[in-house]
Design a protein around this ligand. Structure first.
Ligand SMILES: [Zn+2]
Length: 107
């Protein structure tokens, strides 16, 4: 890989791949973890975080402005749907319990 084309924060991390997954080692020698940004400016953009020294570097390239406009709305819509689904599941469980107790009464 051409090092000069990478952004400067990524230079502090070294990536190794073992049999199962990619391991990213911080410049301080500790293993960095990958996290996902939830900010409106970088929704869904992944970054490396070193729990030992607190260093942060982007794993994904910068977001295009269209993605920054669209992704927060999609995430909100998904969260709304998940809440609706949870509500429907609770109602179904409640009705299921009512049905079970009423059939117990019949037998
Ligand atoms: Zn570190």
């Amino acid at each position: 890989m051409n090092v000069s084309s990478r952004n400067s924060t990524q230079l502090f991390f070294k990536a190794f791949s073992n049999k199962k997954k990619m391991v990213v080692i911080c410049d301080c020698g500790k293993q960095a973890i990958i996290k996902t940004s939830l900010t409106n400016k970088n929704p869904g953009r992944r970054f490396y975080y070193c729990p030992a020294c607190g260093f942060i570097g982007w794993a994904d390239p910068p977001m295009c402005c269209q993605a920054v406009d669209v992704i927060p709305g999609l995430l909100r819509a998904r969260n709304d749907l998940e809440e609706d689904l949870e509500e429907q599941l609770m109602l179904m469980r409640k009705k299921d319990e009512q049905l079970k107790s009423s059939t117990n009464f019949l037998f």
